[in-house]
Ligand binder design. Sequence first.
Ligand SMILES: [Zn+2]
Length: 397
Amino acid sequence: MGKDLERPHSKKLVKAICETVELNETQLKKELYSLLHYVNENRCFVSSDHILNLHLDGEWEKCKGKVAPEVIEEGLHSRSDIMGECAVYMAAYNIETAGVRDLLISMLRTSSIETVVERAGRVLAACEEKNLAMYAEARLMDDAIPSYICLYDYLPKRVEDSAAENWLRIIRRGFMGNRYMVSATLNYILSVEPDNIPQRIKDTLISMVEKSFVEWNQKQVKCLHCKEETIVKEDGFCPKCGIGANLPTKNFIEVLTKYQCLTMEQYISLCKHPMSEVRDIARQELKRIWMTDPKKLKTVIINFEERAYDKVVFALILQLPSDVTSVYKQDLQRLGMETNDKMLVEWIRRLRHLDWVSASERKEMLKKCLASESDRVRDGAMACWLNEEGTFWCFMR
Ligand SMILES: [Zn+2]
């Protein structure tokens, strides 16, 4: 903010802000000095991630027609959010002033500073600029100028047949970008309903997503926080500093799921993925597949041992509604009681929720389990017997 205040038009900008939000200029100066002092004393305060929680409740209408385009331009270039956000409001209320709209359009189309592009875009969107999508598309297609993730917000939610090739070009360029661009591209694809994409380009789109996913899985992503070269783990975190790297893995799985590109077997193996968000999607999808296609559930249960599925898959099956699983009573009971202790623990854990197991059957099974050599099995059986969620379950979750 110190740098912002050194700019030639900053005085006019601050004055306009003060008038609008009814701040006393002298009071503001005092507060700024104490803030600067505080920042110098505490360097951690000036982290780039630090965003002030702004309450800009002034009557911005008051600045209508009073702020010159050059002041707005400089305000939108502010490094600090407090000045930048005020300039966003001022720009919106002065959009009718000669030159302001053109200025914002030019910033959106040509500025090389991400925050400036983002701020200009927000004002134009709020002021219902009708060519916004066109400007965003043109910029995202242009190799000569950097693309920023905010531009995806303005892309159309329907792909016209005549514009399909350009649209694919934008998506392809997005996948060539860094992890943030890739995530933004995937989120944009997710925001467009599949019915709003011409059939003839859908296949191309899906193969692009699949290809890019394979490439990303092979990529060695460096941590942006560590000075030395540290490669981020598959779970998305840096092994050294522990900071998350915003890998686009989950976004890929979401798009591939929406377009039904993944098979049941792929979801079963994704249940072991190191990212919990990916595991959650996989589990949810498996349940959906089994509920809508009983044949697939049958295949899994029949081939359970042969395919060496584990307790995670077993637990998921047991979580399905009782009317779906009751057909497989014999098979599930055998898998639970006779495979191994881990499966047995899952079986006991769900036992009370399985409507197709009668009270007397349950009693018989629990008696056997109470005689088990495994502590976990005995503890689980005891908790089920007492019908309480003992401390044991807390550790198991
Ligand atoms: Zn790191």
